[in-house]
Design a binder for this molecule. Sequence first.
Ligand code: ADP
Ligand code: MG
Length: 255
Amino acid sequence: MTQAQANREPAQGAGPIIQIRNVSKWFGSHQVLTNINLNVQAGQKVVVLGPSGSGKSTLIRCINRLEEFQEGEIVVDGHRLKEHGQLEVVRREVGMVFQQFNLFPHMTVLRNVMLAPMKLRGLSEKAAEQRAMTLLNRVGIAEQAHKHASELSGGQQQRVAIARALAMEPRIMLFDEPTSALDPEMVGEVLDVMRSLAGSGMTMLVVTHEMGFAREVADRVIFMDRGQLLEDAPPAEFFGNPRLDRLKQFLNRVS
Ligand code: ADP
Ligand code: MG
């Protein structure tokens, strides 16, 4: 067991690792989330679908407190997000990968991955480097470790961003349209890394328009529209036998 794992608080009971209860959120007077309820069990992969502006990003950003919400409750691995002092715990347990990879362009790839564990987890330079190299190997970028991040292709940079998130040893990974900014020929290499991560047992919430990934990897697919969570079903049912008209229309448009 690594030090980071030893420091982790025990999972609080066998309940869902993410519990979202009656969550509502407004930007000013504009309601963007309406009474959202969602439980995710440890190890589950949940794909989030829905039209642009339906609240997908806002919802997953609430899970690691990049956004505040006004009503309801989110509990992550036993930690109530609204309670004082929970921000650090949540940021440690929940990794996030964005559409824009947000690497430091003039820093080496290796440095990008070493940074957060050294600053936030107190890892020594040597331990951080070891961990970073292991992860860069896992995402297939080890030979690029000493290049500047800006020298890499978009697909490679996104794989580095995944390694960087994993370097904090999160229990949950959130992905917000991780392949939407990539040239088509680079989408596959990023999805491959995500598939492999899914196979390792990671709990994952993924906003994506990649229907193949959803069908293949998701345990459940949820559909959001206008701030509401309207469907939550296994992929075979979600795609094969959609019940709601709004979902049928959405699927017709995207496939
Ligand atoms: P999605 O990810 O499904 O495209 P978002 O969660 O980004 O949707 O947005 C949901 C709604 O919230 C949209 O109407 C969007 O314009 C609005 N919104 C998102 N972020 C902000 C913000 N920082 N300030 C005001 N409105 C926002
Ligand atoms: Mg979004």
